[in-house]
Design a protein around this ligand. Structure first.
Ligand code: PSV
Ligand code: MN
Ligand code: MN
Length: 426
């Protein structure tokens, strides 16, 4: 949708002011410990996947207010992620959810992905809903179910997801289980765990050896008394029992209030088991807000752990797959995703600005105030020129949301797909 020439035209009026701000920041004492181009380069390299289920308006059990122009097919979803990618060059992959995104025309999809400069990130299984004509019900669980036939159906569904993913060169299966119980005594807690472990091991066995299984945890919802995988400890134990390619997935919205998520990130990095990350903002529960909208300092501290652990020779080197996992009730999902990516890049940029030698010294000498001030100094920096420069150097828009609006993208999508088109998703 955005040709290089169109982006250059949209950037032109913003360029002089951008250069002024960028130069000001590059010359500032904040960057005295850093090579500014090296920071920009790191931002250019950072990619965060977009889930196919976040491209339409989400809803609550009370209602849903569709926005129009929502993608109806996998091809249209790829088209939407292509729009984001052309604007910020930081969202080069899309995650699929089966059965919502069953790929049909493989050659056509491969061509479309290539054309849009995208790859498939992960394939997500769905055992939290019953599908039409499905023989067994997941009402009382899937991989943890008491009945073997239900577990087998859920295992087979996950293996099918892997097979779909293989056709499109994906290499990651993400498993989020809704399994759990709503009332005390409903479920034998240890047996439910053991059955889950056995089922996950069977899926793992069927995965190609170069695939990763991400095991996501969540403390509550849809079950409100117990979840079979409620926390990172349970995810970690499962992954350790299953194999080296089973990794924990941290979803920012899946923690109880006040949880120190950055410490969880640090621990998982240390154990070599942080495989994936779902970004979102969370005020009360789950994941409905724009990433970084309410707790930017926490997001920065999380990135601080990620950056610090990546520099630590004693921490096992491991690729972390980043994805946004959010639901959009009142915003245009594409604008929200652009905002989220920008907030993520900003938190990352700030973490890159931390004077790590000084911080280590302050920590080792127990200089509490100095250590905190070093973090605050980086956090309070206005890094927007660095992020904009990363967009510019990678060929995107200096201001992606302004470009999106100037181009009338949503209006065009409504024109093409209709006012009442509805996307599949949560
Ligand atoms: C449900 O909480 C959820 O948001 C999980 O975070 C999954 O990653 C996502 O749905 C897709 O299954
Ligand atoms: Mn998630
Ligand atoms: Mn969630």
């Amino acid at each position: 949708m955005f040709s290089d020439q169109r982006l250059a035209d949209l950037n032109q009026p913003l360029l002089a002011e951008h250069q002024l701000h960028f130069q000001h920041l590059a010359d500032s004492p904040r960057l005295r410990y850093q090579d500014v181009q090296a920071v920009v380069q790191k931002l250019i390299e950072f990619q965060v996947a977009i889930p196919s289920w976040a491209l339409g308006t989400g809803g609550t059990r009370f209602g849903r207010f569709a926005l129009g122009g929502e993608p109806r097919t996998l091809e249209e979803k790829i088209g939407d992620v292509g729009i984001l990618q052309s604007l910020n060059r930081s969202s080069n992959s899309i995650s699929l959810h089966i059965p919502w995104d069953i790929p049909q025309d493989i050659a056509g999809l491969q061509q479309l992905l290539k054309q849009q400069g995208l790859v498939i990130d992960s394939v997500n299984s769905n055992t939290f809903q019953d599908q039409k004509d499905q023989p067994q019900s997941y009402k009382f669980g899937s991989l943890s179910h008491t009945e073997k036939a239900v577990r087998e159906q859920a295992i087979q569904h996950n293996i099918d997801c892997v097979r779909y993913g293989e056709q499109l060169d994906a290499k990651t299966l993400t498993v989020w289980l809704a399994d759990g119980s709503n009332f005390p005594g409903q479920q034998h807690l240890r047996r439910a765990f053991l059955r889950t472990q056995e089922s996950l091991a069977a899926i793992y066995e069927a995965m190609p050896t170069d695939w990763t299984m991400l095991v996501e945890y969540k403390p509550y919802e849809p079950n409100f008394y117990s979840m079979v995988i409620p926390d990172w400890g349970t995810s970690l134990a499962l992954c350790q029992a299953i194999g080296a390619n089973a990794q924990v997935l941290v979803d920012l919205g899946h923690h109880l209030p006040n949880t120190n998520i950055e410490q969880i990130v640090g621990r998982l990095r240390q154990f070599g088991r942080l495989g994936g990350f779902h970004f979102n903002g969370s005020m009360y529960g789950d994941d409905d807000l724009t990433t970084g909208s309410t707790k930017p300092f926490q997001l920065f501290l999380i990135f601080n752990e990620l950056v610090d652990s990546a520099l630590d020779q004693t921490v096992p080197a491991a690729a972390v797959a980043y994805m946004i996992d959010a639901s959009h009730n009142v915003k245009d999902p594409l604008e929200d995703l652009l905002q989220s990516v920008e907030n993520i890049l900003s938190a990352y940029a700030k973490a890159l600005l931390v004077d790590r030698n000084a911080l280590n010294e302050a920590q080792e000498s127990n200089d509490v105030v100095r250590a905190e001030e070093i973090l605050r100094d980086a956090f309070l920096s206005d890094v927007r020129p660095l992020v904009a420069e990363a967009y510019r150097q990678s060929g995107g828009a200096l201001n992606p949301i302004a470009a999106y609006r100037a181009e009338g993208v949503r209006e065009q999508l409504i024109h093409q797909r209709g006012k009442h088109s509805v996307s599949t998703g949560l």
